[in-house]
Design a protein around this ligand. Structure first.
Ligand code: SF4
Length: 111
């Protein structure tokens, strides 16, 4: 399989954001770069975009719900304005205070 580059992954997350009507982390502190790097590393290791802030079973079937964009992204964006990793945001997110942790929506038995 051809290795993904930072550019490939950047293009991918931009496309996802556009398609889902989300926006990306503003990257004021390098978070976006870090998440893109994480997605790239996972893809090149396990063959799919495992969520960059969650552990992988390195098995697509077990990780299906956390392949980015994960099954939990839309409900988290609806409730908190952002996905668990803070890669994707609601377009109306205020960005006026520090971006805090949100609860893990993935059922514990899947961790
Ligand atoms: S939490 Fe965000 S970055 Fe992680 S898989 Fe879901 S959408 Fe992708």
């Amino acid at each position: 399989m051809k290795e993904k580059t930072i550019d490939d992954v950047t293009k991918y997350v931009k496309q996802v954001a556009q398609k889902r009507n989300w926006i990306l982390h503003p990257n004021d502190d390098g978070t976006l770069d870090m998440l893109i790097e994480g997605l790239k590393d996972y893809f090149n290791r396990v063959g799919y975009f495992n969520c960059p802030c969650r552990d992988s079973f390195e098995d697509m079937k077990s990780d299906r719900d956390i392949i980015c964009p994960c099954d939990y992204a839309q409900p988290d964006i609806d409730e908190f304005g952002r996905c668990y990793c803070a890669l994707y945001f609601d377009p109306n997110y205020a960005f006026d205070s520090e971006i805090e942790m949100i609860p893990e929506r993935r059922p514990e038995e899947k961790w």
